[in-house]
Ligand binder design. Structure first.
Ligand SMILES: Cc1cc2nc3c(=O)[nH]c(=O)nc-3n(C[C@H](O)[C@H](O)[C@H](O)COP(=O)(O)OP(=O)(O)OC[C@H]3O[C@@H](n4cnc5c(N)ncnc54)[C@H](O)[C@@H]3O)c2cc1C
Length: 223
């Protein structure tokens, strides 16, 4: 990675606040900037810290297990179905995809992509077989792991500028919802940057000010 952001340079603004003026890259290049958008996913906290800002986001591992089932299930296609334990499953034609929060759901190294296979054996498969008897006879075809950018305050995205550094914008902490929220957040942030206001959707409730105040805007639907 020659274009990895390694630091930010800030300078005092006329109103007494601070602004980001330059982005330093691993290559040694220094890029001047009018605005910075932090969209570094599970590593977003470290970009925020470069601007002296708090962001309670940490990498937490989540694995996906693709499995084949010999028997065809009755009824329509299996939609995303979530067990009370957090085990979830849906079709992934021609197979199925399942996952669950890990047994030990803590911050991990952002370079740790190891699939926790004990999670499949001890948690996911038993829960699937309990709910859907045909899933007693299944086999994992492949699996992979990634990271949630997990917002420990309220499991919700942090979107918009930092009051203390007004040209630093957050686009972080999606906590496992980033794909579905990306269209709205992308549009909202582009409006904020272009017009100085939200025009289509008001995303103010996702603002960083709630982090500073320590007031959660809780998202309960997280798996
Ligand atoms: C197993 C799993 C299942 C999921 N399922 C769903 C789902 O069903 N629905 C849903 O909506 N979401 C789901 N998600 C969440 C979704 O994938 C994420 O919310 C989304 O990808 C986050 O996008 P992002 O652009 O914020 O971050 P990322 O896609 O992580 O992108 C961050 C980028 O920043 C770069 N970066 C980091 N640090 C630096 C740096 N210092 N300098 C330069 N670049 C840097 C990284 O290289 C990366 O390219 C799932 C996630 C996982 C792991």
């Amino acid at each position: 990675l020659t274009d990895r952001v390694v630091d930010l340079r800030l300078a005092g603004a006329d109103d007494g606040g601070q602004l980001v003026t330059h982005v330093e890259l691993a290559s040694g290049d220094v890029v001047s900037c009018g605005r910075v958008v932090n969209c570094a996913g599970p590593r977003g906290r470290w970009i925020a810290e470069m601007a002296g800002l708090e962001l309670p986001v940490e990498p937490r591992i989540r694995a996906a297990f693709i499995f084949a089932c010999r028997e065809a299930l009755d009824g329509p296609t299996l939609p995303l179905t979530i067990d009370t334990t957090g085990v979830h499953v849906r079709t992934e034609p021609p197979h199925y995809l399942a996952g669950a929060p890990p047994l030990d759901d803590v911050e991990v190294d952002p370079d740790d992509f190891a699939v926790r296979h004990d999670q499949w054996e001890e948690v996911i498969w038993p829960a699937l077989a309990h709910r859907i008897p045909a899933f007693e006879r299944i086999g994992v075809t492949h699996s992979w792991a990634g990271h949630y950018a997990y917002n420990t305050l309220d499991h919700n995205a942090v979107v918009g500028p930092a009051d203390a550094v007004p040209n630093f914008y957050f686009c972080n902490g999606f906590s496992g919802h980033g794909f579905q929220q990306s269209a709205g957040v992308g549009r909202g942030l582009s409006e904020l940057i272009t017009y100085g206001e939200y025009r289509t959707l008001d995303l103010a409730e996702l603002g960083h000010d709630r982090i500073v105040r320590g007031e959660p805007f809780l998202e309960k639907a997280i798996i």
